[in-house]
Design a protein around this ligand. Sequence first.
Ligand code: SF4
Length: 247
Amino acid sequence: MATKKIAKTASRPAKTTNKRAAKKTAGKRTPRGGMPADDIVVMFERLRELNPKPQTELEYSTPFELLVAVVLSAQATDVGVNKATRRLYPVANTPQAIAALGVDTLKSYISTIGLFNTKAANVIALCEQLIEKHGGDVPRDREALESLPGVGRKTANVVLNTAFGEPTMAVDTHIFRVANRTGLAPGANVLAVERALLDRVPAEFLQDAHHWLILHGRYTCKARKPECWRCPIRDVCRFKDKTDHGE
Ligand code: SF4
């Protein structure tokens, strides 16, 4: 699935603030060293301008395909998962069809993905549970999703957000890093960051914030060396050790 990468800062818009969104976040406490509410609005306006309709990089065409792809993506890259699902989904892309493959055949499709033995067993058990308890449909319900084999809070959040349009926030390694570095939503653990993001990101940006933050972390605010010199939100970011080009 094509996704626009956040690239350059040359055409960065001026630091003007969406007054309506800013008003909604005004009055909320700014955490120590955190990004003020006005700057949060500026940050998301910039990310939205660069990529108005952010998408997951996992390829899928139904909520079920997305659910399986996200389960397979734990500790694996989206590119690697897409390679496997491009072979699997034309053959089997429903709970019934994948359950009928059985664990060993499923393994042969996903053997290039890390932890494929465990993932194959989980996906088969997940398919069986979807058939038994949900008529073969993916439930639009956190508790029901989290009760499925191999599905944790993060996966449930991704499915609720991306397949069903719910304003949930799945915090992965990229979002955790970006939220802390920038001061957007500092937190000591994943759940603290998730709660801070839900509290601090204005409602109008919440639906897409998950993808903007992942893509920003993946392509600009990288783990080892953030590319601050070309970062579109450099002026509002609170990170103290920003990098300069050529360092
Ligand atoms: S300025 Fe640097 S640390 Fe801050 S968000 Fe941009 S890339 Fe990340």
